[in-house]
Structure formats: C-alpha cells, structure tokens
Design a protein around this ligand. Structure first.
Ligand SMILES: Cc1cc2nc3c(=O)[nH]c(=O)nc-3n(C[C@H](O)[C@H](O)[C@H](O)COP(=O)(O)O)c2cc1C
Length: 320
C-alpha cells in the first residue's frame, strides 16, 4: 500500500482533495495532520477537527485521523468522536519532533518513557471504539529507546506501526537509520509501514529490497517534490500492488504541472485573505517547483512577488 504522510500545513484536505482529483487511487489512504488533545480551539471542537469532518472530505481520499498528546481521557473522547463520525481507525502520533511538543512527553518526546506509553495504551485500548495504529520514530534522544518501546507495543492489538527511522532530536537532518531499523524489524509483532526519504522510485526499491517483510510505505515530502511519484512506483513495481499498476490511468493528470496549477487554483478559492492565499501558494511552490522545468532564478521570482495575482501569474508562466 502507498499512504500519504501527515504533514501539518501541507496535507490538509485541500491538498488531499486536489491530489485525489488529479491522481485518483494513487494513494490507498492518507493519515491526517495531527489533531492536538490540548491545543487549538478546545471550546469549538468542530473547528479543531474540521480537516477530517466527513462532509469536508467528500470526493477526497480516504483519511485516518491522527491524535497528538498523552491526556488519556481526552484521547478516549476524541477517538470515540472520530468513530461516531465514521472512522474505524485512528492514529497516535509518537513521532512529532518539535521541541515544544516533545518536552511535554508528546509526539516523539514520549519515546524515552515506555511505562508512560504502556499506561496510556492500557487505558485507551479498552475504551476506544476505533482500531489504533501508531506512528513512531526510533527515539527522541537515542535510537535505542525503541528497544524498550517495542515490547510495550507488542503487548497491544495495534492495527499497524509506521516507523520513521530517525530520532526526534534529529528533526529531519541526516539519513534514516536503516541499520537500526534492520535490527528491530524482527522484534515487532505488528504490520510495519516504512516512512522516510522516499523521493524516487529508486528509494522505494531500496527499502523493498532491504526489508522484504515490509509491504507498505508512507510518503511525505517526496510527493510534494514530485506529485507523480506514487504513480511511477505503482507502474514500475506493479507486482507489489497485485499486478494492477496505475488505477484508471485515463482519469489522471498527465503532468506534475497540471497538478500544481490545479492546487494553486484551489488555493485561490479558499475562504481566507489574499495574503494567506499568497503565503500558502509560496509554501507549496517551494516544494513542488522542483518537479517543473525552468531555472532556479525564474522559480525564485515567484517568492519575490507580493500581490496574489502576481504570485499566481508567475507560477502559471512556469507551469503552463
Ligand atoms: C511540515 C511537516 C509537517 C509534518 N506534520 C506531521 C504531522 O502532523 N503528523 C505526523 O505524524 N508527522 C508529521 N510530519 C512528519 C511526516 O509525516 C513524515 O514522517 C516525515 O516528513 C518523513 O517522511 P518523508 O521523508 O516521506 O517526508 C511532518 C513533516 C513535515 C515536514
């Protein structure tokens, strides 16, 4: 399976919908950017979970809501709220590396504390109605922290474990630690989803060859750099996908540029200020322009524009 990674500020429903319209079926499903148990508008719960409301996600890809935090009662309430909305699975974020999050034992910051993980899972697993999957790093301070987390995770009936083989302290620097991953894979009783630095079909092939027991990968930045990557993977390695290759190729965008234009058009329709639309366009442009032809200098001109129509037109000049 190919799964779209959660990326706060990037893979919200606007992106997921645009992507599914342009490349239907390229991803099997997405995990949503995290919903924090403590932050956001606690008094307006609907606003907090807006990104995964079923009515907002019509015509989008299948999504699994993600929860960030360690507050047990709130966890149970939110997971069961998602279940009421029709979600049969929720994902627990044990990977977020942001210092202000991790220092409160949230995200990857809980990985040095296996007994806290056990306590939370013991509480929530008997009380939540959806299945639970988790997304982890190897640790926060050290990759050896995972050695103490695995026996805990093995004791619970989790749906699957997504592993991003870096530690929290690294943020996104360095390379995924594939040696450590190779050590721990045989110890894990659950289905494993690999995540990290899959940006080309070669990266995908390398992971599949190194870890024959892993069948599923989650892709984040790679699809923003190159929106056609999941289709390239499906076509080149169609045997990994039941020999099916690209689902319904006739309905796909034929180029990355077409997707980028569609995304920018959908940003134009957003119900936010022009300034916010311009910022959003630039955020995506920084990542997605890599897949388009043209010099770096010309691409940078988009970032130097300030008025919304100027930003949009400069993008069109390159993408068309
Ligand atoms: C801007 C940004 C936001 C992210 N937000 C989340 C998030 O909300 N939840 C989560 O589990 N991971 C989050 N991640 C981590 C990604 O899901 C993924 O694990 C990471 O980018 C490595 O995968 P990749 O190399 O395929 O991008 C985020 C990463 C980035 C760069």
């Amino acid at each position: 399976m190919l799964i779209l990674a959660p990326m706060q500020g990037l893979t919200e429903v606007l992106f997921r919908k645009t992507y599914e319209t342009c490349y239907p079926g390229a991803f099997d499903y997405a995990v949503s950017p995290f919903v924090s148990l403590t932050h956001g508008n606690l008094h307006d719960a609907e606003k907090k979970i807006h990104d995964v409301l079923p009515e907002v996600n019509q015509d989008s890809m299948v999504v699994v809501p993600q929860i960030l935090g360690h507050e047990k009662e709130e966890f149970v309430d939110l997971a069961n709220r998602f279940y009421e909305l029709g979600y049969s699975e929720v994902n627990w974020n044990m990977g977020c590396p942001m210092r202000r999050v991790a220092h409160k034992h949230r995200g990857s910051g809980i990985l040095p504390y296996p007994e806290e993980v056990r306590d939370i899972l013991t509480h929530v697993m008997t009380r939540i109605r959806p299945k639970l999957s988790v997304k982890v790093r190897l640790g926060y301070y050290s990759p050896d922290e995972i050695d103490h987390i695995i026996p805990v995770l093995n004791d619970f009936p989790l749906k699957d474990i997504t592993i991003h083989p870096r530690i929290g302290k690294q943020q996104y620097s360095g390379r995924p630690d594939l040696e450590k991953l190779a050590q721990i894979v045989p110890e894990i009783r659950h289905r494993i989803i690999y995540n990290g630095d899959i940006c080309t079909t070669y990266d995908y092939k390398k992971i599949m060859q190194l870890f024959p027991s892993i069948k599923d990968v989650m892709i984040g930045r790679g699809v923003l750099y190159n929106p056609t990557l999941p289709l390239q993977i499906r076509n080149q390695f169609s045997a990994d996908f039941g020999g099916e290759g690209t689902p319904d190729p006739s309905s796909h965008c034929t180029s990355a540029a077409e997707f980028v234009i569609q995304l920018m058009n959908n940003i134009l329709q957003m119900n936010v200020s022009d300034q916010a639309k311009g910022r959003k366009m630039k955020e995506y442009w920084c990542l997605a322009s890599r897949s388009l032809p043209g010099t770096e200098e010309r691409k940078r001109r988009v970032l130097h524009a300030s008025a919304l129509d100027e930003i949009f037109n400069r993008i069109l000049e390159i993408a068309k």
